[in-house]
Design a protein around this ligand. Structure first.
Ligand code: SF4
Length: 356
């Protein structure tokens, strides 16, 4: 039974990836290399692709960065979004250079004619535009009306931009509304989502380091997704962007909206544990991050609950004294040392991934 009913939206394409309610929620991330450093940027995008990133955004703060786009695009397999602030000429150059989508915040692009030039060229090249609205760039008159960047102020700003783009016959748009906290972001998206049928990109901006950012994002993004809002997700974390992709999938998977890759179930350990569950679980997660198919892998500390839990997983290991028992599809296979257990577990999952 579907426990989440997604909000109905139109479909917008980023390259060959469709965004909208008829399609799976798309996971994206953003590189933190200097875009003009093509080798470093491509290498990072390849790492992102490996963990399941489906669309990638790069910062374009200069003409040199925009000029790097064709070569980056040639060497990667997923669509590329150019992130533009302030200078509309960089948006034009990025579109000319093959960006699959442009992310702009009309509030910091300035005069309307500049945004219109972007629209004209995007239409000519058939690419989509993501319109970003955040607390720092709400137009003065709206800020005056609400007194501060409230959810209503964010939603009204986004609705006005939607009208502007509609008046210019450009509907190939999706939106993101980001407040500086979870509450504002959730409320703003809720208000906006009730009024338009454009796809929405969701995320909690400047969420923080891996742990605090993942928790904050899981709460904010989780609430929105549970309400059926959100067609593409980016988790912002102050760490390697690969982690953003992994966290995004974990949130989507917890909500049963998407399944990708290996879910490691590990016990919290207790005074009965004679094996190193923490290191092993982390190692297992790392070694299996390239697997796309969804598997449950258990790493349990002892024989009290361990074998039971491990049996429900596709592959599992449970501590038995200071060695491990390996289970595959519920069957006990063999007793192993910690090192052997890690290698065997990884190879069993890889074997299953090939078979499936
Ligand atoms: S599986 Fe065993 S070691 Fe792990 S928490 Fe449960 S009782 Fe403790």
């Amino acid at each position: 039974m579907d426990w989440i009913k997604r909000r109905k939206t139109r479909t917008v394409w980023i390259g060959n990836v469709p965004i909208g309610s008829d399609h799976p929620i798309v996971v994206q991330s953003m590189t933190n290399t200097f875009t003009e450093d093509i080798d470093a940027t491509v290498a990072q995008i390849k790492e992102l692709e490996r963990v399941g990133c489906e669309v990638v955004r790069v910062a374009v703060p200069s003409a040199r960065a925009a000029e790097a786009l064709p070569e980056i695009k040639r060497r990667i397999s997923i669509p590329l979004i150019a992130d533009i602030h302030f200078d509309h000429r960089l948006a034009l150059l990025s579109i000319e250079n093959g960006a699959d989508c442009i992310r702009i915040n009309p509030g910091n692009i300035g005069a309307e004619w500049k945004v219109k030039e972007i629209i004209t060229l995007a239409r000519e090249k058939g690419i989509s535009i993501r319109i970003g609205v955040n607390s720092g760039s709400i137009p003065k008159e709206i800020l005056l009306k609400y007194g501060s960047p409230t959810p209503e102020a964010l939603a009204e700003t986004a609705i006005n931009y939607a009208k502007f783009f509609e008046d210019n016959d450009f509907l190939n748009i999706k939106f993101s509304l980001k407040g500086s906290d979870v509450r504002t972001t959730v409320l703003a998206n809720r208000l906006f989502a009730g009024k338009v049928d454009y796809p929405i990109h969701i995320g909690i901006t400047e969420a923080g380091t891996l742990l605090s950012g993942a928790v904050k994002s899981a709460v904010g993004v989780g609430i929105l997704l549970y309400e059926g809002i959100g067609d593409t997700v980016r988790i912002s974390l102050s760490t390697h962007p690969k982690e953003e992709v992994k966290v995004a999938y974990k949130i989507l998977s917890a909500l049963e909206l998407r399944k990708r890759g290996v879910e490691v179930i590990s016990c919290p350990t207790c005074g009965r544990c004679l094996v190193d569950v923490e290191t092993l679980a982390e190692e297992v997660e790392k070694r299996l991050e390239h697997i796309e198919k969804p598997f449950k892998v258990a790493v349990m500390g002892c024989a009290v609950n361990g074998p039971g839990e491990a049996r429900f997983a596709d592959v599992g290991i449970a501590g038995a004294g200071d060695y491990f028992i390996l289970f595959v599809k519920g069957k006990v296979i063999e007793k192993l040392s910690q090192e052997e257990a890690l290698e065997k577990l990884v190879s069993e999952v890889e074997k299953l991934a090939e078979e499936k």
